[in-house]
Design a protein around this ligand. Structure first.
Ligand code: XMP
Length: 510
């Protein structure tokens, strides 16, 4: 494997991803991982990520100096480059101004990371740094420069140290993939890793994590992440896994049935379905504040889930479908300790029930999980299902959440999805759904006056939900959806289209 040491860069995860795309398995570890611990994993190569700090910041993250003496090739990117240079007696100083964005790189010596290029080549690269290398330690060759940066790529063939000031992992850097591939090849990787191998490795890792006894439970929502996580764990330990699906009453149309159907025959133990609809509605009664809705739903979920786990005689491990982007802050650079904040879909449960956590997808991105889903046998339909928030329709029924209002939204939402699928646009969208507004407006139907609810259609494109744009759906499609909803869903007489991007709006309305 290849280990990426994370110094807190926003694009650290991209490094691992590029490496995987190039056929090498990469995992990310925090920057303070000791050389000894690293050696135990026997990595064939190490990449030091960039980071937001200056070497001269108080408490700036440091590297165990022995990491550079393990004898394996090390590629330092940006902050990683400074550590390497400073570690061997070179000079790094705070730049007078930060350089951020595109820069033109001129290749001087085509060796090391730039081996596949030619002297004199010019390359558009992406920079983001506040320090700069002033002088190189003996043994280092300077390979390239840009207007603001004399040492933009360096190489020490003896110590097998490779450094770049720019970010080869971002798509804005031309031929960045080749630069990383050159490093991987020089490190002697076979480049034969694939998602299929990930399955085998993840299965082995789960087996190692949960040992040979004890009960493992999984909160299965039917979404891609928890489904793929469950199927991987199923492969690893079969009969020790129990999957629990909680029907909270705020699901999409036919959701429970679809999940039941999907997992029938795919699991050793029958899927446990807890019908807790009434409990959730009772907990939501009179609640209009979005955060309170989330809290009530979270708390009720935990109650129900805990009860089901008790029926099984307790559990030792909980499977979660956490993905890389859910690991919101991988490295805390302020204190000495590292906090790993994960997006607890089942908030607080592992601590409360004293269970270990199994997160087989922690290193992956959504699209990687989708590919994996196909490999572990999830049907195409399920793999491409849009994300659905844990609090479900409760955060899409603005105002009080009642069974009747949920029914209204569920029907309209099903029409929206059906029409988008028919138009062949479902996969191009990150999410599309309806939002039931807490306003009523006047309409006319036949000879009568109506005074009914308004509904908004929300459709967005996105790659990671961090930013999103409203989708330019064809007018004809909007027309069909609107006409069908108003005609078929009694209680809605007006349909609007949400044309806000994120930021400043969010994808969900609450
Ligand atoms: P926003 O609305 O913040 O949503 O732009 C970003 C993504 O997260 C989903 N989302 C949630 N998922 N619990 C979840 O599990 C939540 O409380 C929650 N709120 C939003 C949302 O659907 C979108 O994909």
């Amino acid at each position: 494997t290849l280990v990426v040491l994370d110094f807190g860069s926003q694009v650290t995860q991209l490094i691992a991803r590029r490496v995987r795309e190039l056929g090498v398995y990469a995992e990310i570890l925090p920057y303070h991982t000791s050389a000894e611990k690293l050696a135990a994993r026997a990595p064939r190569a190490i990449i030091l990520s960039g980071g937001p700090s200056s070497l001269y910041d108080e408490g700036a993250p440091r590297l165990d100096p022995d990491v550079l003496k393990l004898g394996v090739p090390v590629l330092g990117i940006c902050y990683g480059l400074y550590l390497m240079v400073a570690g061997f007696g070179g000079q790094v100083e705070r730049a007078t101004h930060r350089e951020y964005g595109p820069a033109a790189l001129t290749v001087g010596r085509a060796e090391g990371p730039l081996k596949r290029l030619r002297a004199g080549d010019r390359l558009g690269v992406w920079m983001s740094h506040g320090d700069r290398v002033v002088s190189l330690p003996p043994g280092f060759h300077n390979l390239a420069s840009s207007d603001n940066c004399e040492h933009a790529a360096v190489f020490d063939p003896e110590r097998k140290l490779w450094g770049v000031q720019f970010h080869p992992e971002v798509t804005h850097t031309e031929r960045g993939d080749e630069i990383i591939a050159t490093f991987l090849d020089a490190a002697g990787f076979a480049r034969d890793w694939s998602a299929a191998r990930f399955v085998d490795e993840a299965v082995a890792a789960v087996q190692a994590r949960v040992g040979t006894s004890g009960t493992v439970i999984c909160a299965l929502s039917g979404g891609v992440d928890s489904s793929v996580a469950a199927l991987l764990v199923e492969r690893a330990i079969g009969e020790r896994l129990h999957c629990i699906f909680v029907d909270n009453g705020v699901l999409r149309k036919n959701e429970r049935e679809e999940v039941e159907r999907m997992f029938a025959g795919r699991l050793h133990n029958k899927l446990i379905v807890a019908d807790a609809r009434e409990r959730f509605f009772a907990a939501l009664q009179g609640v209009t504040d979005p955060e309170l809705k989330r809290k009530r739903i979270g708390a009720t979920f935990i109650e129900v889930f805990e009860e089901e786990a008790k029926k099984l005689g307790g559990a030792d491990y909980l499977v979660q479908g956490t993905l890389y982007p859910d690991v919101i802050e991988s490295v805390n650079l302020r204190g000495a300790s590292v906090t790993i904040k994960t997006h607890h879909n089942v908030g607080g449960l592992p601590e409360r029930m004293r269970m270990g956590v199994v997160e087989p997808l922690r290193e992956l991105f959504k699209d990687e999980v989708r590919r994996l889903g196909l490999l572990v046998g999830l049907p195409e339909d399920m793999v491409w299902r849009h994300p659905f928030p844990g609090p479900g329709l409760a955060v899409r029924v603005l105002g009080e959440v009642t069974p009747a209002r949920c029914d209204l939204l569920r029907e309209a939402d099903a029409i929206i999805i059906e029409e988008v699928r028919k138009a062949g646009l479902y996969r191009q969208l990150w999410q599309v759904f309806g939002v039931l507004l807490p306003v009523q407006s006047v309409g006319v139907m036949g000879d009568g006056r109506t005074y009914e609810s308004a509904l908004a259609i929300r459709a967005v494109t996105s790659t990671d939900a961090m930013t999103a744009d409203w989708a330019r759906l064809p007018y004809e499609l909007l027309a069909t959806m609107s006409a069908r909803i108003i005609n078929e869903v009694r209680g809605i007489n007006r349909v609007c289209y949400d044309i806000s991007s994120k930021p400043p709006a969010t994808i969900e309305w609450e």
